[in-house]
Ligand binder design. Structure first.
Ligand SMILES: *Cc1c(COP(=O)(O)O)cnc(C)c1O
Length: 393
């Protein structure tokens, strides 16, 4: 194991693992001591095509020699191409580009407020969100987040958010009032324990939104761009949201976020109402275009379905062998959570020392986020180490 001392001049706001990663290729990463690891987290659902994916790398190299940045005072052709692709894949109409997930959700919340207040002329601003959700670390998005730990010490929080239990229709119905403008949710709660939404409940949310004139906002930052087996998770629920947020998997690791909305809602962002300096610059938009193009050319969604099948089979075997330690396996596509009766952090530590990187989603859930180019052998390697860790625990 590499020895890493606490850095003197980097803020200590992350509980970092005691390793330093310096190189990556495909599903492997290497630390500064030359030790190789199989990355079963994709850098938290980001490097879905593996590390340094060749086609995206080639396009970025080309763009590096052409134009990096030019500001949103001008048209950016790469943004138009990426927006057209996202529109075609989602069935929504228009995109706004930014730099992170939290910034995408800020845009989503601002869009919903402005649509209600300026376009519809109604005095509405309240957003209904859900317990155990995660929407980011800015003041508005941590307020939207249904977990107290992200709010500690950051009072006062902005007004206009109400949090109710997930998969509970009556709770949503009773939270709707004449100030409500939107319902905002993840369809598989990622950080909050890998909890999928029930299909009938999501359909009812769509109906409630239509009935009360509210927007249905889906946070697809972790679930989007193929992670759950379809381009967007909402496509498995038979509903169409009014707007979605994207980030993690969109740029293969190059920072980019997006809000994608119906034309009617998107028009609430008239010129001068919202913006960001770096959003969708030529480099970031190129990373997005190349990521989506690679996924289409290589029929990556079929790969996601295949790896899901191999992985869930292995997990069911482990569950049968360790019924006292594995409670259940949840999730969709390659966003899976294994609920344990033991601390998930211990499994993560054991596996990392054995050269496999896993992640938790809460104290007793192991979160698996392998890349979409993971081989059957790599799945078996990771599950063998998980099995050993369960033996040891
Ligand atoms: C990661 C995540 C965010 C926040 O994204 P950042 O890029 O870290 O700001 C928001 N929502 C969901 C569902 C996420 O998984």
């Amino acid at each position: 194991m590499s020895t890493v001392t606490a850095p003197l001049h980097v803020m200590n706001n992350y509980a970092r693992w005691p390793i330093s990663l310096v190189k990556g290729k495909g599903n492997q990463v290497w630390d500064d001591q030359g030790k190789a690891y199989l990355d079963f987290t994709s850098g938290i659902a980001v490097t879905s095509l593996g590390h340094v994916p060749p086609k995206v790398t080639a396009k970025l190299h080309e763009q590096l020699d052409t134009l990096w940045h030019c500001s949103n005072l001008v048209h950016i052709p790469q943004q138009q191409i990426l927006a057209e692709k996202l529109s075609r894949l989602s069935g929504l109409d228009q995109a706004f580009f930014c730099n992170s997930g939290a910034e995408a959700n800020e845009g989503l919340i601002k869009l919903a407020r402005r649509y209600a207040q300026k376009v519809k002329g109604e005095d509405r601003y309240e957003v209904i969100t859900f317990a155990q959700s995660f929407h980011g670390r800015t003041l508005a998005t941590l307020t939207a987040t249904g977990q107290d730990k992200v709010k500690d010490g950051f009072l006062p929080l902005p007004a206009g958010f109400v949090t109710v239990p997930y998969n509970d229709l009556a709770a949503v119905q009773s939270a709707i009032n004449d100030k409500t403008c939107a319902i905002m949710l993840e369809l598989v709660q990622g950080e909050g324990g890998v909890h999928p939404a029930e299909e009938a409940w999501v359909k009812s949310l769509r109906d409630l939104c239509d009935e009360h004139g509210l927007l249905l906002l889906v946070d697809e930052i972790q679930t989007g761009i193929g992670r759950t087996g379809t381009w967007f998770a909402f496509q498995q629920y038979g509903v169409k949201p009014d707007a979605i947020s994207l980030a993690k998997g969109l740029g293969s690791g190059f920072p980019i976020g997006a809000v994608v909305a119906t034309k009617e809602v998107a028009e609430a962002f008239s010129p001068g109402t919202h913006g960001t300096t770096f959003g969708g610059n030529p480099l970031a938009a190129t990373a997005g275009i190349a990521t989506l193009a690679t996924m289409e050319e290589e029929q990556i969604l079929d790969q996601v379905a295949h790896i899901h099948q191999v992985l869930t089979q292995e997990l069911e075997k482990l569950k049968a062998e360790h019924p006292d330690k594995i409670v259940t396996v949840r999730g969709k596509g390659l966003l899976l959570g294994v609920e344990l009766t033991i601390p998930a952090g211990d499994i993560v530590t054991y596996a990392r020392e054995k050269g496999v990187i896993f992640l938790t989603a809460g104290p007793q859930v192991l979160r698996l986020l392998p890349s979409f180019v993971t081989t059957d052998e790599e799945v078996k390697q990771a599950m063998a180490v998980f099995g050993e860790a369960l033996e040891q625990a």
